[in-house]
Design a protein around this ligand. Structure first.
Ligand code: HEC
Length: 158
């Protein structure tokens, strides 16, 4: 009797009587294919992922820019609010927070955490200005400044 490939493999599987053997084989195949998938994934990742972030500016430079943006933000919602300007500036503050995180001095992990809080509060501010709500923007800005202080209390000298 002639068998095609599918029939042959079914036949062979039935012949594997010992169920432990079947389980062992199935687990082995699953692990092997997972490893294969992972290594393909790893190669794809290393091809596509950008190299680690390398800062160029000083923390001081970023802080000056950050401070100016925050002064402009207060003006943006005073009087007749300029929400478009406020949105851009709030997003820029959030991006500065992202970058500031990578300026973590060695061994001080709180910096990364404080920088994350700074970024999260800036995101909240972005949402508040997107909602074009003056009260929400003012409150979010107050919370943002608490995040500035949290870091300054520990890391800003003098
Ligand atoms: C993750 C830590 C961290 C966060 C968050 C942070 N700062 Fe700073 N900031 C510093 C450090 C450190 C310095 C001192 C930098 C130096 O002098 O080299 C500084 C300095 C400053 C200065 C003084 C700059 C100068 O030299 O004259 C201003 C103004 C400032 N920050 C504003 C802010 C504002 C506004 C926020 C929040 C919206 C903020 N910072 C959030 C760490 C932080």
């Amino acid at each position: 009797m002639e068998m095609d490939a599918t029939e042959a493999s079914h036949f062979w599987w039935k012949e594997m009587k010992d169920s432990q053997m079947k389980t062992g084989y199935a687990v082995g195949m699953a692990v092997a294919s997972a490893c294969g998938a992972l290594s393909i994934y790893a190669v794809a990742q290393s091809d596509k992922a950008p190299p680690p972030f390398k800062p160029e500016a000083h923390v001081d430079d970023l802080m000056h820019l950050n401070n100016d943006l925050n002064t402009e933000l207060r003006k943006a919602w005073a009087g007749t609010p300029d929400w478009e300007a406020a949105e851009t500036k709030a997003r820029l503050v959030a991006e500065i927070a992202n970058v500031v995180r990578y300026h973590q001095p060695t061994d001080v992990h709180d910096w990364w955490t404080f920088g994350g809080t700074f970024r999260d509060r800036a995101r909240d501010l972005v949402k508040a200005v997107e909602g074009k709500d003056v009260e929400a923007a003012k409150n979010a800005h107050k919370e943002l400044f608490a995040a500035c202080k949290q870091c300054h209390d520990v890391y800003k000298k003098e």
